[in-house]
Design a protein around this ligand. Structure first.
Ligand SMILES: [Zn+2]
Ligand SMILES: [Zn+2]
Length: 605
């Protein structure tokens, strides 16, 4: 109802109502159908409702269906109470009625109801159409009900909808969402016709199910002679995400070329994604190139650039971009401030960081979230203000997450504070979030402090509780193919050459004064064995493979799933000088750009 309608005196409204009622009373069924179709106000809707109940026209399936459609269309998207009430007033709903309601439920706040309605429809011996089945699957996706989805899947096969691409694509989405990769692939394989949307769902399924490398392969496979399916902007968006996560710069460049050739280059979401991809692959110039070329830079674009510069160690430049953004009149959001605070922490700009943290809520109304606090803890930790960092965490309005405690734990390692480290691990245990890596870090701290007694205690504890360390894994891309290495990997085809190269590098670096650091990373080994085991960490294997397979002077880019250890950091630093190679390692927390024997992190990570 319009505001003006409310303001008018009551008798006028009543008069209007009476005339509409008269119109309804004198209308034929056909006329009534067209009145329902043209109804746009709540007042008319209520009058029609009353009329069809009073005259038992609700028993006419055509009229009740048309009216139900109207109610669903006019109801607010999330609330379907009214639709539900009317549906209950229909004595013998047809499959059409059911389909309409199932569809409405899938978009409502109570998606699970759609599934129950679907079951009810089945019990009444009615048949769901492909559309309704597709909506009930969407409901299952929203409530992550795999069991419900499987039941619908079985029905779909019985109903003979096995060739409906749209329906099968939705089903793939369900399996992907429920982390059933193989089932999703099976549906895909059995599809008679696969369009770009189906390929996109398969790619996204790879991304969500730890099959990121396969996602890259699919980009080529879908375009091959057999499938001849053209990737669209969504495909590019998904594949760029995969490139970013795998550090696959060359592949990312190929996708970039594809985007330009196919005229998607102007889309700001794709450009933003390119900026992130290039930044995450450690290629700042390319990220900046895309950013500079963008005509419509929104807050996401600016934030992506700021964060990209920050994580790559270009803190001052990131702050400059932030200032430029403000000059352009773009309002920063929470993501922007994550980037800015991260920039301050990477450059050790303690005062600036504190200033921005203050400014954020006071001037821009951005409430600090756990990431912002995380940056501040990193900043204070790096500056050695460990107690302040601890106080900040305990004074937070929000519950601290394991990551923030882990950030402080990292700072404890750098500054050798074992008493605080113990407290931090205590908090992680309290959150039931302690990982093997945390204990390893604690052991590193004890080991550096020469506290062997405590070290043995932790080791014993880990053994008793059978706490297993996450295997380290590093990836490196060569000519668009991503190669993966784990500790002591012997699965690579060129393993003999790689190990030979690693030995050669080790002896070269030794001449330059590099000594394997055996105190920092702990294994259940004697000192000699330790030096041996260290030389086979996955990032070393990836670097050796990079030296082996690329011409001198080519930068080596490696992505590692865990925090880089002190020894591998020293190794990469020495190698960057001796071999005159730029080495870029992205570990779990940050980037390390090694150049001429130095690292952009300045030894803090
Ligand atoms: Zn290492
Ligand atoms: Zn570093």
């Amino acid at each position: 109802m319009h505001e003006s309608e409310k303001m008018t005196a009551l008798p006028v409204a009543t008069k209007a109502q009476t005339s509409y009622q008269k119109l309804l009373q004198t209308s034929s069924s056909t006329r009534l159908l067209s009145l329902i179709k043209s109804c746009t106000t709540k007042s008319h809707l209520l009058q029609i409702h009353a009329h069809i109940l009073r005259t038992s026209l609700v028993l006419d399936p055509t009229i009740s269906f048309r009216f139900l459609s109207l109610v669903v269309a006019l109801s607010p998207l999330k609330s379907i109470t009214y639709s539900c009430q009317f549906f209950d007033q229909i004595e013998k709903p047809t499959a059409f009625h059911y389909n309409k309601m199932i569809r409405a439920y899938s978009k409502s706040d109570s998606p699970a109801e759609g599934f129950y309605l679907y079951r009810d429809l089945r019990r009444r011996g009615l048949c769901a159409d492909a559309m309704a089945s597709s909506f009930v699957i969407k409901s299952c996706i929203r409530v992550s009900s795999l069991v419900g989805g499987i039941q619908v899947h079985a029905r779909i096969l019985r109903d003979g909808h096995r060739s409906d691409s749209l329906l099968l694509t939705t089903l793939m989405g369900l399996y992907s969402n429920c982390r059933k990769y193989d089932e999703a692939c099976k549906v895909f394989d059995e599809m008679p016709k696969r369009d770009t949307v189906a390929w996109n769902v398969l790619i996204s399924c790879c991304l969500h199910n730890n099959r990121t490398r396969d996602a890259l392969g699919l980009f080529d496979i879908m375009q091959s002679q057999i499938h001849r399916c053209e990737p669209d902007d969504v495909t590019c968006l998904l594949v760029l995400q995969a490139c970013a996560s795998l550090n696959a710069l060359e592949f990312g460049e190929r996708v970039h070329k594809y985007i330009e050739e196919h005229g998607y280059g102007g889309a700001s979401n794709l450009c933003n994604c390119l900026v992130s991809m290039y930044s995450r692959c450690g290629s700042l110039d390319k990220a900046y190139g895309v950013f500079k070329g963008m005509r419509d830079k929104n807050v996401v674009s600016w934030s992506a650039m700021i964060s990209g510069l920050a994580v790559n160690g270009y803190g001052r430049e990131a702050i400059e971009v932030f200032e430029e953004m403000q000059k352009m009149g773009v309002l920063p959001d929470d993501q922007t401030f994550t980037g800015v605070l991260c920039a301050c922490s990477h450059c050790g700009l303690v005062d600036e960081g504190k200033m921005f943290f203050d400014l954020m809520s006071k001037e821009f109304g951005v409430v600090p979230n756990v990431h912002h606090y995380g940056c501040m803890v990193d900043l204070l930790g790096r500056a050695g203000q460990l107690d302040q960092a601890y106080q900040l965490i305990t004074s937070m309005d929000i519950k601290p997450d394991p990551t923030i405690w882990r950030t402080l734990l990292g700072a404890c390692r750098i500054h050798g504070s074992d008493s605080l480290a113990e407290r931090v691990v205590g908090h992680l245990i309290e959150l039931k979030a302690q990982e093997a890596g945390d204990y390893v870090l604690l052991m590193n701290i004890y080991s550096s402090a020469g506290n062997w007694e405590k070290l043995t205690e932790v080791r014993k504890f880990m053994k008793e509780k059978a706490i297993k360390t996450t295997p380290g894994c590093s990836t490196i891309e060569l000519k668009g193919v991503v190669h993966e290495f784990v500790v002591d990997d012997v699965s690579h085809l060129r393993k003999d050459e790689i190990y030979k190269m690693l030995d050669e590098i080790n002896s070269q670096l030794k001449i330059a004064g590099y000594v394997a650091d055996v105190t920092s990373e702990l294994h259940n080994l004697g000192a000699e064995d330790k030096a041996h085991a260290l030389s086979y960490h996955s990032e070393k294997l990836a670097i050796a493979f990079g030296v082996l397979s690329t011409p001198p002077g080519t930068p080596i880019r490696v992505a590692k799933n865990l925090r880089i250890c002190v020894d591998c950091h020293n190794f990469a630093m020495a190698l960057s000088g001796v071999y005159n190679r730029e080495v870029i390692i992205r570990d779990r927390t940050r980037f390390h750009h090694f150049r001429e024997g130095h690292c952009s992190c300045n030894g803090y990570w």
